[in-house]
Design a protein around this ligand. Structure first.
Ligand code: ATP
Ligand code: MG
Length: 362
């Protein structure tokens, strides 16, 4: 029988809580492939949508395998089929045995099976490695494919990600998913009623965590008020502080435990350490920026890997890029910014924006 054998790594270090993480990962895989069962520290999944497992948080590696009864003749047949299918000239067999009732130990099994394969055995750098895992059933496969590792989505709780139309924040959201977080998205907009690009990004990210909630918050009125009443130098920072305050309210409503942004130190003018201090001061919950020390090219590579890049680079005027001052403050101090904020009817602005927000489930 064809199946997919899934291995995890980090979950394995979890001691007494391990069952909880294993169950969560099994459920997440079942949602994608329709079939998944936990068996002896591995998950046996159906083959439907198997290619999607490459990006499922918690999976260390997976392989298309055949499941056979744990009997030597059946195992041999499966091994020979894998060997025959491959063009490789050299091979090795790597066997593991969790079923201690099986008559041969793993070393004996490797030798026994290896003698039947008509290729050159090469232990150090074989072109083909055939894996044999003997449990209640035995699983035989030729190639392990890598997953992202980390923890299964939903095992760590919820966070609220400020999702712009850019390259960085979708990657930041994905990174948090690989640490077990369920991510709720918030986007601030001031013009596009259809939000096609943002919905598309959420759709791509939903492939990794399943059902995803996206809040679309109108920001035009907030910006108009800031533009009218404050120094252009500080506009961008005030936009971002207001985004934090509104997101903070959504976090409370959602029972989430942190805000997430795609910030990376020094990448753009708004991301000097000084400005990040001014922005982060606006929230009461912790702000997690998993890309904070990542270089742009590495973020781009990651965006390409997870499939958000092509959508992210489509033209879209983020509301932050609208009407910012000609010379925005790059090393702002908190005092003058807070003084300017006093001129705004902040509570009313936040309430209004929240009242007009839309919620989409993707
Ligand atoms: P990104 O590529 O994620 O847009 P960026 O390098 O363009 O990031 P900024 O535009 O300064 O940097 O934004 C920094 C972070 O602020 C973003 O990563 C995102 O988390 C948040 N952000 C910016 N604009 C918006 C928006 N319109 N809606 C929601 N979050 C936003
Ligand atoms: Mg941006």
């Amino acid at each position: 029988m064809k199946c997919v054998i899934v291995h995890y790594s980090e979950i394995g270090t979890k001691g007494r809580n391990r069952r909880f993480f294993e169950k969560r990962l099994t459920e997440n895989i079942r949602k994608i492939t329709g079939k998944a069962t936990l068996k002896n520290s591995r998950i046996i999944s159906g083959t439907k949508n198997a290619n999607k497992l490459a990006l499922i948080p918690g999976i260390s590696n997976y392989a298309l395998a055949v499941e056979v009864p744990s009997k030597l003749p059946n195992i041999r047949k499966a091994v020979l089929a894998v060997a025959k299918k491959s063009k490789a000239k050299t091979f090795r067999i790597t066997a593991t045995r969790s079923n201690k009732n099986f008559s041969l130990n793993s070393l004996e099994l490797q030798h026994n099976l290896g003698r039947s394969v008509r290729k050159k055995c090469e232990l150090k750098n074989p072109e083909l490695e055939i894996f044999v895992e003997v449990a209640d059933k035995t699983y035989v496969y030729g190639e392990k494919l890598r997953g992202p590792g980390g923890m299964p989505v939903g095992s760590a709780g919820r966070v609220v990600c400020l999702l712009s139309g850019g390259i960085d924040s979708p990657v930041a959201a994905y990174k948090m998913m690989t640490r077990g977080c369920k991510v709720i998205f918030v986007h601030f907009h001031n013009f596009d009623p259809f939000m096609t690009k943002i919905k598309k990004l959420t759709e791509i990210l939903a492939k990794f965590q399943g059902k995803s909630t996206l809040y679309l918050v109108p920001f035009k009125e907030v910006q108009a008020e800031i533009i009218k009443k404050t120094d252009p130098k500080y506009r961008m920072l005030l936009y971002r502080r207001l985004m934090m305050k509104i997101s903070q309210e959504i976090l409370t409503k959602e029972g989430a435990l942190g805000l997430v942004t795609g910030d990376s130190v020094s990448q753009v003018a708004s991301q000097t350490l000084e400005n990040l201090n001014v922005i982060h001061d606006a929230a009461t919950s912790p702000i997690f920026s998993p890309l904070i020390g990542t270089n742009k090219q590495d973020i781009v590579n990651e965006a390409q890997k997870i499939g958000t890049y092509d959508t992210s680079i489509r033209p879209y005027d983020d509301c932050c890029s609208v009407l910012i001052g000609k010379h925005p403050a790059t090393r702002a101090e908190i005092k003058p910014v807070k003084a300017l904020e006093k001129k705004l009817k902040i509570e009313t602005l936040i309430k209004k924006a929240l009242k007009k927000k839309e919620m989409v489930v993707i």
